[in-house]
Ligand binder design. Structure first.
Ligand SMILES: [Zn+2]
Length: 361
């Protein structure tokens, strides 16, 4: 019998595709569902934000300026050192983390062989991403591909393996949109993700563009295309929605999960006179969502994607939420049961797929 779309698999059958093969969802443990390991976001390079650091490597004497203008420093937009990442993942494990979703699709520096090595070396479960980020990273001509062909790329990564390796992706994402409204090619990618998800039960992790309107547009496109919204996380809402409870409610009413996934990134962009929330702002929102009965739809993470965010380069590292935010939440009265929901139950439900008919790695 084929389970209907959205039917949760019986708990004993729920499986998650990691880069080292399928594991029972019950074994995921503490999980962050939106991070990046190897990553290259030079598509977002903005040298004019601070020309003095544009061509220089990330180094302690520049850290203050890099923190103020992270997109200005070209070197800061590439994380490509496997041995450094292995140590970062060991720090995450020491902080109590067991599993990480590397929401990095091709075009952003994904390398399946390195992910496999990192998982084996660190003991952290790694779930890899697939699909396509913002249009600037799309393969040439993708805007002309039929939606079915775009979906086929995702299905191949999820069922056969990434880049001919046999190492399978476990989620679709992070999918990208450049602005509001989104580009037509980006709409096609979202529609393709919904199609792929109907064939391979898995989560979709979707980036949203700046401003409060982009996330609800992404959610609408996915829902209209028939996505299983119980397995969609709309990312970066801590910045996009800030403390706007009505927008969070609208996203949840559409079935989507709420990504509060840039913890640790506290930033004022002097050049653009815009700023990101502080961790205290994010904690306020997280407590508000828990008190409003939405704890089972919230997915906290850090979206680490800059070199200076790694502990090796003076940053907060993958253990930040567990080391620094959890104690602050406890001090605000968030219960052990709520933390269990945020960090273990929600990710397990999101990532669990039906048993795979394909090779299990
Ligand atoms: Zn991301």
């Amino acid at each position: 019998m084929t389970p209907a779309l959205g039917d949760p698999p019986p708990p004993e059958q729920a499986r998650v595709r990691t880069v080292l093969g399928e594991i029972p969802a019950a074994e995921l443990g503490t999980t962050l569902v939106h991070e990046h390991l190897l990553v290259d976001i030079r598509c977002n390079w903005r040298p004019d934000d601070d020309p003095a650091i544009a061509f220089h490597p990330v180094a302690p004497e520049r850290l203050g300026r890099i923190r103020a203008s992270p997109f200005a420093c070209r070197d800061n937009l590439v994380v490509d050192e496997p041995h450094v990442l292995a140590e970062e993942l060991e720090r995450y494990r020491a902080a109590g983390g067991h599993t990480i979703v590397d929401a990095t699709p091709p075009g952003l520096g994904r390398d399946a062989r390195v992910l496999e090595w990192l998982a084996a070396e660190s003991g952290v479960n790694i779930v890899a991403g697939c699909g396509f980020y913002v249009e600037a990273t799309h393969p040439a001509g993708l805007h002309r591909w039929p939606v079915e062909d775009i979906a086929a790329e995702m299905i191949r990564d999820l069922t056969e393996g990434m880049d001919g390796t046999g190492i399978r992706a476990g989620v679709i994402g992070e999918l990208g949109v450049t602005g509001y409204p989104m580009e037509p090619a980006e709409r096609k990618v979202l529609q393709a993700a919904a199609l792929a998800q109907q064939e391979v039960s898995c989560a979709i992790i979707a980036h949203s563009a700046a401003g409060p309107d982009s996330p609800l547009e992404v959610i609408e496109v996915l829902a209209d295309a028939g996505a299983d919204m119980s397995k969609v996380v709309q990312s970066h809402l801590d910045d996009r929605f800030r403390s706007d409870i009505d927008r969070y409610r609208r996203a949840v009413e559409a079935g989507a999960g709420l990504g509060l996934d840039t913890f640790g990134r506290e930033l004022y962009y002097a050049m653009r006179k815009t700023w990101l929330p502080s961790d205290e702002d994010r904690i306020d929102v997280l407590v508000m969502l828990i008190e409003s009965g939405m704890a089972d739809r919230v997915f906290p993470a850090q979206d680490i994607c800059f070199k200076h965010e790694l502990a090796a380069y003076g940053g907060h590292g993958y253990g930040h939420f567990l080391n620094s935010i959890v104690p602050r939440l406890e001090a605000r009265g968030v219960s052990e049961a709520d933390l269990d929901t945020l960090l273990r139950k929600n990710p397990a439900r999101l990532l669990a797929g039906h048993p795979s008919a394909h090779r299990s790695g």
